[in-house]
Design a protein around this ligand. Sequence first.
Ligand code: NAP
Length: 258
Amino acid sequence: MTALKVLILGGTTEAAALADLLAGDVRFDTTLSLAGRTQTPRRFPIPTRVGGFGGADGLAVHLREQQIDVVVDATHPFAAVISQNALIAAQSACVPPLAIRRPPWLPTADDRWTCVATMPDAVAALGVNASNVLLTIGRQDLVPFLEAPQHCYVIRSVDPPAMASLPPRAKIILARGPFDADSERRLLQEHAIDILVTKNAGGTATVAKLTAARQLRLPVIMVERPAKPDVPAVTTASDAIRQLERLHAQSSGTPRGL
Ligand code: NAP
């Protein structure tokens, strides 16, 4: 039996779950690829490489050199560049692409969301009057908030943000999900938060802040997702395994596409 060589583009809960599911499965020879943004990533039970490939061309070279049979784009909904590169590279190297696309969060009738397309739009939606703002957008997208120094910000991220990206009144909370609704409600109350700004990441690990905001009737500014390329996609790691199993059964080492 020939093992199917799988490259997972990761940095998400789904990529980690897929790595866990594929570990020790002799039908697959799997490598997880991380961009290297997180200072202390968790350890994975499969071979892991860290760092960019050098654009779509570099990724295509990697796919050919490593004789990858299938590339699984399990990157974050807001990581648009790598997803586009993955498609271009997969086409160039004649490797079938598969994506895990996490469904977005949807508002309920009790939510008070303002949906915006970009982070500068989120800054504008905060308005001119000073507010206490909770930012759960990661640490890479803070610069636009320098334009609104009148607000007091509580910024939660996994790793410390760069000092130059911080608005003047900013408090940093370092924490990694998953979070629950009770602790999220306490966080919102302790800091007297008036408004939450978040990205529509989807998934369960960080959804509790939306439950807490709903319970407290707080407004949310929701930054919607960038477009991702249209490729065969599933929503969970378990579904991805089923696609990989199908591909493995079809291929006997020579994949024909999903
Ligand atoms: P991005 O803008 O789409 O990608 C920028 C560059 O980072 C890519 O061109 C690529 O460099 C490199 N890269 C990204 N993902 C990679 C991977 N899995 N393996 C190797 N190289 C990768 O991505 P981003 O928004 O900066 O996100 C970086 C990573 O953090 C992603 O893996 C993503 O899943 C994770 N993440 C992102 C967010 C978010 O809000 N953006 C949140 C949580 C986790 P080269 O061009 O040199 O190949």
